[in-house]
Every structure is written in C-alpha cells, then in structure tokens.
Design a protein around this ligand. Sequence first.
Ligand code: GTP
Ligand code: MG
Length: 335
Amino acid sequence: MMQTHIPQHVRTYSISYLTESIPPPPPLSSPHPKLISSVNHPKTVSHLIVTPKSLTNTFRHQDYAPVSGQLLNVTQKLFLGAKPRLEWTLADYKEIPDIKAIAKAAENPAYKFKAPILPEVLFLGHTNSGKSSLINNLLLNSKDSRTLGASTEYAFVSNKAGYTQTMNCFNVGNRFRLIDSPGYGQFGKEEQGQMVVEYIERRKVLRRAYLLIDSSHGLRDEDTQILGLLVTAGAPFEVVFTKVDMVILKIMKAHGVITKKVVDLASREANVLAVEHANAEVVRYYESLIENANLLNLPTLPRLFFNNAVANKMVQGRWGYKEIRTSIVESCGLS
Ligand SMILES: Nc1nc2c(ncn2[C@@H]2O[C@H](COP(=O)(O)OP(=O)(O)OP(=O)(O)O)[C@@H](O)[C@H]2O)c(=O)[nH]1
Ligand SMILES: [Mg+2]
C-alpha cells in the first residue's frame, strides 16, 4: 500500500472495485495534486498549472506502484537506443507475416519461418483521437523531437479524420512491435474495423492495448463499445486521455489565468487563486469522465494515462510519454 496523495475519489472507487472487506484507507493530506501555497504568490504561474504528467500521478490507482527509477532507466535506454522501423502495413489480419507463415506451414511442412515473434502493443481509438501523434512521440528520441517534422515522423498524422487506413507495425529495436490502427467512428471504414477486431480477439502476442480517448470529446458511444470488446476478449488494456492541452487551455482561459509576468501583488494573488480553481476544475472534469465511463469498476482496472502531443501557452512542452513507455516495457516483459 502506498502514497498519500491519491485523491479521495480514486480511493473511494478502489474500495468498491476491490471488496468490502478491505479496510478504508487513512485520511488524505491533500485532495488535489498540487495545492498552491496561499502565502506565496509568484509573478508567473506557468509552473503551477496542472500538467498531463501530474494528472497521471493524481489518477494513479493505489493498486499501482509509482514508476521506479530503475524501470524508468531501463525504459529510456530501450526507447532512446532503438531504431524503430516500419515493418508492415496491412488491411487484412491473415496477411500479418507470422499468421501467413503458419498458414503456409500448414500447407507445406517443409516451410520454415525465421522472423522473430515479438510481444506487441496496440494503439486504438476513435478517428482523429491522436493515435499516430502519440506513436510518433513515443518513438522519437529526444534528439529527434527537437526537429519534429515530416522527416522524423513514423506514423502519419493528419487533421483529416480517418487518415490512417491500415494497421501499421513498427519494430522497435527487435524487442517489441508497436501497432498503429485505423480509427473507428466517424470516417472509419467497416473493413478496417474488421482487422482491428480480429487482431484484438485473436492475436496471441498482444501484450497490451492502449485505448485512446480524445479529452476534448470525452467518451463516445464507439469508445464504450470498444471497451466492451476489450473486456469480453480478455485483452489487457490501459486508457490514455489525449489532447489534455486543449482541456487545460480552455479551463485556464475560463478562469482568467494569465501566463505572462504579473507584477502588482493583488493581481499576483488573483492569478494564483485562478490557477488553483482551474487546476481543481481540470481534475473534476476528468473525474467525471472516468466516473461516467465506469473505468475504475472494470474488471481489469485499466491504468489511466494523460498526454498531450501539442503544446500551448498553458501546457508548455509535451507530457506523459515516459509513463506510457514504462507501461509498454513492463507489459512486454522487458523490464
Ligand atoms: N491539441 C492537440 N492536438 C492533437 C493532439 N494529438 C493529436 N492532435 C491533432 O489531432 C489530429 C489527429 O491526429 P492523429 O494523430 O492523426 O490522430 P489519429 O487517431 O491517428 O487519426 P486517424 O488516423 O484519422 O484515426 C491532428 O491534427 C493532430 O495534430 C494533442 O495532444 N493535442
Ligand atoms: Mg492515424
């Protein structure tokens, strides 16, 4: 049992998720991730604004330990050292090289298939939910990310919903495979969905699926259906809230948060207070998404990750990748 800064709501969910016999947790020292000291009113507040990373910590369920320094080191080494390469792009499950090879070997016992079988992780979500953007950010190393652009992208990103039309497999350093998938929902195509469903239901080397939820939309009916499919298929999965920057920007603006330097004391106080209230509202926004989707009562208790692939004046930098990377490394048994 661990940490003291899990908010009360998460503990409450966890108790109903676990069993009645588990004693209630000790009282919390603070209901929110970051309470800003009311005596200290800095001139700039950017560092006080909630980030996707701090949300990942806030919503980390008590059953899951924080990421250890050792796991983080192993993960960073693996990701930053690996040269990812696009291995296949397919629209038909039967065409996946090892599946095809098994079928060939059944016809011809002399046929030998040599490519290594590796653990796989799948990224899935509604069209335009940010799958390809997330994959790029996971695969780019820190050197690449300074020059992020067409030449350094792995998965293709577009603001046109339904852009990714095939399942695309990236081999990461011959340690695991990362699969991008075509989105479901608006502009998704039925035949693309078939391959994704077949993959979820049949793929033995699927170690973890990451279901992306576009924070600016919340959960849509199709997301709920896919959640049901993952649970029924017994596929291990986590949930990633993408585009957190948009939610934070909107709520900070609504509270009148100013990111530039504020000099007079009264305005500084007001600005810090605005951030406090806005931070709490961001947390409440996600609490209600999580509660409405019943995510913490699902039998597999998915982890919840928060991330942004685009920065803005309230969310400076791209956050949440290291945590997702460690989850991939752990689920593929590479830690
Ligand atoms: N503000 C913001 N925009 C994002 C973020 N992630 C992705 N986008 C934008 O959302 C649009 C869709 O992103 P993609 O990564 O192509 O989404 P996808 O889920 O792969 O979409 P399909 O392939 O069409 O299913 C692009 O315009 C991205 O720039 C994010 O974290 N924040
Ligand atoms: Mg895509």
